[in-house]
Write a protein of this length. Structure first.
Length: 447
């Protein structure tokens, strides 16, 4: 750690020992931090004092190429110069104004920007939150409030959050839901997982049997649907992009039921897929968009964007820290930087480069069953062999360990046996090449 940072820690915690020992910090963390999603047998402790762009460091100063972007949070990488400049310019501004209770210029400007870059020219409103789960939850509460319906449609696999209502919509891992009571009546259909189609069809020739299955389920279970909640690319479930024709069929289903579509863009939104929003690839109009992660420039921030009015009366929903001026200004800076630097086009091009390289690697190994994605939201699915395409989570872990510990490629899993790539939107051609070289070595080292 840098000298001044170490001195600061000692000043703040004079009674606690401060060392650079990775093993010691992992042991200390295990004693006092609740279990969440850490994989301490894979990842070293991150040095919080340094890192820039797609590069991060551990306590020993070892450099890693980060292809996670904080699970799609840091769209512009670490310590982006433009964002640091904006931060320096707003240091003296008020931060503590509760945006749900009092109007301030930055949150209104941000709401105007968001309604302008989301699909459709109808009247929209924005509700600001502090997370992606809460953004989806706001969409759900808006739908219940305005429709007086309480039944929803969601998919398997899907991840929409761990809050009260969003947990009921989630279906990606049993650990998320075991023994927690569910707060919504949800009719669930299969996500269009074409690599593992439950109906044995091929994407090019299928007749959207998955949607017909869902339509039949709704007819049996209840047609009083408040909303259909989707991920345009299933994120936590394995980075699974829905086929283009599926979106059209989904929109028709929603229209037939006289219900709304909520597009959960928490991972896919703000340019990651090569469009502002993942659902734009399907060329349909969603009714609601939930976004977060990239929106906050590294701070906890999210938004529900939907048809006016989102709520029927005052105080129907609120959140204390929803849109403080400081965070709203940073979010405006993120959007402006994405536009100014052409990062949506860069995501499209660098994503195509990454997909091509991964497909070339697929031909050299029997353990990559599928390569998929849009823009810089990509994945490979690890299998025992390409004849059976059986899930292989153990080999997936071995590959991730090789990436992190041997090749210094910071990467994470997704779904049952996929590995996801969520690079910053400003990743370069050369950095993608480095990623492919290191990932290829990690895969080929596994027997």
């Amino acid at each position: 750690m840098k000298r001044d940072a170490e001195e600061l820690l000692k000043e703040l915690c004079p009674e606690l020992p401060i060392t650079k020992n990775n093993k010691e910090w992992i042991e200390r963390s295990e004693k006092v931090l609740a279990k969440t999603t850490q994989a301490r047998d894979i990842y070293p402790v991150v040095d919080h004092t340094q890192g820039e762009g797609p590069w991060i460091y551990d306590l020993k100063g070892t450099q890693y190429l980060d292809m996670t972007a904080g699970v799609a949070v840091r769209a512009l990488g670490f310590r982006n110069p433009a964002i640091r400049d904006y931060e320096a310019r707003i240091q003296g501004y008020m931060r503590e104004v509760p945006g749900q209770d009092f109007d301030v210029i930055p949150q209104t400007l941000l709401a105007e920007r968001l309604t302008g870059i989301t699909p459709g020219d109808h009247e929209k409103e924005v509700f600001f939150t502090t997370s992606g789960g809460r953004a989806v939850e706001a969409c759900v509460k808006s739908l219940m409030d305005t429709t007086h319906r309480f039944r929803f449609v969601a998919f398997r696999p899907a991840f929409h959050g761990r809050t009260g209502y969003t947990l009921a919509l989630t279906a990606s891992k049993h650990q998320h839901k075991d023994f927690y009571p569910q707060g919504l009546d949800v009719i669930r259909g299969p996500y269009p997982y074409c690599f593992r189609c439950p109906f044995g069809q091929q994407e090019a020739t299928c007749s959207l049997e998955c949607l017909e299955f869902l339509r039949d389920s709704i007819q049996y279970e209840g047609t009083d649907i408040a909303g259909i909640v989707i991920e345009p690319i299933c994120g936590e479930g394995g980075i699974i992009p829905a086929p283009i024709k599926w979106f059209k069929g989904l929109r028709k289903l929603a229209d037939d039921l006289e219900t709304k579509i909520v597009s959960d863009e928490v991972q896919a939104g703000l340019g990651r897929t090569g469009r502002w929003w993942g659902i734009e690839h399907g060329d349909i109009l969603p009714d609601y968009i939930a976004t977060a992660k990239s929106l906050g420039g590294g701070f906890p921030f999210g938004a529900c964007i939907g048809p006016k009015p989102l709520f029927t009366d005052y105080s129907r929903h609120s959140e204390t820290f929803g849109a403080e001026p400081y965070i709203a200004l940073l979010s405006l800076a993120v959007i402006r930087t994405i536009e100014r630097d052409g990062l949506i086009e860069n995501a499209k091009n660098r994503g195509a480069q990454l997909i091509k390289g991964l497909r070339d690697l697929q031909e050299e190994t029997k353990y990559i069953g599928d390569v998929r994605g849009r823009g810089l939201m990509c994945a490979v699915e690890i299998v025992t062999d390409r004849d059976s395409n059986a899930y292989d989570p153990k080999r997936r872990v071995q590959i991730v360990k090789n990436c992190v510990n041997k090749e210094k490629l910071w990467i994470i899993g997704s779904g049952r046996s996929a590995i996801r790539f969520l690079a910053p939107l400003n990743i370069t051609t050369e950095q993608i090449d480095i990623c492919l070289e290191r990932f290829g070595k990690a895969v080929k080292a596994v027997k």
